[in-house]
Design a binder for this molecule. Structure first.
Ligand code: SF4
Length: 444
């Protein structure tokens, strides 16, 4: 791709995947590797000292947001939800007996979705008691729980706190009711403040709030209001994503088919970057520290995000739930992505895998390099120690191109550091570091 066409793509693209969540791209993971790579990895002992985490996918939501691209269900009845939770617990039992997992303690747990807080207090308590009796996680250093504000009652929040959750993540996305409505969100602003205040009062060690820059109908003045409201809440951590529209969202379908279902304006990439930049500037002025392309934290000495950092350094992770992703003994794995096939596999006593991929050492190195660059700065010595690779030489051309375009603020043996402009467009830039066979192909 020439520089001119790359810039055009960065400015104008609305429909398509932007976020780099893993490497190599998901599109090269295969069914064949389930037998060839994943099963041998699951049946081998773990690498000494490797950290282990667990991700649980709770795929239920009250409504499907118009920008959503996750595997979620809005039409399951109470019995189907119960069945899913039973299957999830049975999946954890299958993992617990595998040589790769047996006897290991969990360092971190992540309840994601979907909407984990969609579950009732009783369902959560039953699920947690079943899961933790199979793979203990009371001693995990970090337990994150994602919430949709409108699903939270005081009793449910108290139960979530009692489960040992250390990091409560509130999916606020926007503070304006019209914008929430236009984007198909289920919650409204009064629910945000009620949930936040109560969560604060019962002492969660860390509260993160999620925002999205560039939702359908976003305006300059409303975005400023969102920044002001965020500063007023003063959460421990703020995560801001730039709205992206992969092919399988309702808004993307509308744009591609020109059905005109959505008439509210959509900001382009340069506006979304500026909005995040302005939010980061305001947060920094209030004492926050920007810790990645998406996150600012109030006190870095007590606010970490272990799930992100451990994953980006190659930790093992059990991924439970339909379509969930995991990583065991150096192999990427993903579960079956249909409710029936996923559940049936577990009923047959099988780990319900759909596709897998064993990265080469070079691909693992590139994976860590690109993911860690999302934090804004990496240490070349880390890659020399772990992989025997001198990244300043290995990526000389790519780094020179970033420098020439003003996207690097430092590039030495001590650190490779992105400028703020580089950090704000990092997901576009990372593709430069991919191997040639992984560029120009579908990402997912
Ligand atoms: S709450 Fe999250 S997972 Fe659920 S529909 Fe909205 S974006 Fe998707």
């Amino acid at each position: 791709m020439s520089e001119t066409s790359r810039l055009t793509f960065e400015e104008q693209a609305e429909v398509g995947s932007y976020f780099v969540a893993n490497y190599p791209p998901f599109s090269v993971w295969t069914k064949d590797d389930v037998e060839l790579a994943a099963k041998p990895a699951l049946h081998s002992p773990p690498s000494p000292g490797a950290a282990l985490g667990m991700y649980l996918h709770i795929p239920f939501c009250r409504k499907r947001c118009h920008f959503c691209y996750f595997r979620v269900y809005t039409d399951k009845n109470a019995q189907e939800v119960e069945d899913y939770l039973d299957i999830l617990a049975r999946e954890s039992e299958l993992y617990a007996h595998l040589p790769a997992i047996q006897g290991r303690a969990l360092s971190f747990v992540y309840f994601g979705g979907g909407t984990p807080s969609f579950l009732s207090t009783r369902q959560l308590e039953t699920l947690v008691s079943r899961l933790s009796s199979v793979i203990p996680w009371r001693d995990a250093e970090e337990i994150t729980f994602e919430c949709e504000p409108g699903t939270l009652s005081e009793a449910k929040l108290a139960a979530i706190r009692k489960m040992g959750v250390t990091r409560l993540s509130l999916g606020i996305e926007n503070f304006n009711d019209q914008i929430l409505e236009a984007n198909g969100r289920a919650h409204r602003s009064p629910e945000i403040f009620k949930a936040y205040d109560y969560s604060r009062s019962i002492g969660f060690p860390q509260i993160n709030i999620d925002l999205i820059a560039g939702m359908l109908g976003e305006t300059e003045s409303n975005w400023q209001d969102c920044i002001d409201a965020t500063l007023k809440l003063a959460p421990d951590s703020v995560t801001i994503y730039q709205m992206e529209l992969p092919y399988n969202t309702t808004i993307s379908a509308d744009i591609l088919k020109k059905t005109g279902q959505f008439s509210d304006p959509l900001a382009g990439w340069s506006t979304k970057r500026r909005w995040v930049k302005e939010a980061f500037q305001a947060l920094e002025a209030a004492g926050y520290h920007v810790g990645s392309a998406y996150t600012a934290v109030k006190d870095p000495s007590r606010t970490s995000f272990m799930y992100r950092d451990q994953l980006w350094q190659g930790a093992d992770m059990i991924g439970l739930g339909v379509a969930s992703f995991g990583h065991i003994n150096g192999v990427h794995i993903q579960n079956l992505d249909k409710w029936e096939t996923y559940s049936d596999a577990i009923r047959r006593g099988e780990i319900p895998l759909n596709r897998a991929y064993r990265p080469t050492d070079e691909e693992r190195m590139i994976r860590e390099f690109v993911l860690q660059l999302k934090r804004g700065s990496i240490r070349p010595a880390y890659f020399e120690n772990k992989y025997g690779v001198r990244v300043l030489e290995r990526f000389r051309n790519e780094l020179d191109s970033l420098k020439a375009e003003g996207y690097l603020s430092a590039c030495s043996a001590d650190a490779i550091t992105l400028s703020r402009e580089g950090l704000l467009r990092v997901d576009f830039l990372l593709r430069r570091f991919f191997l040639p066979q992984h560029t120009g192909i579908r990402y997912t």
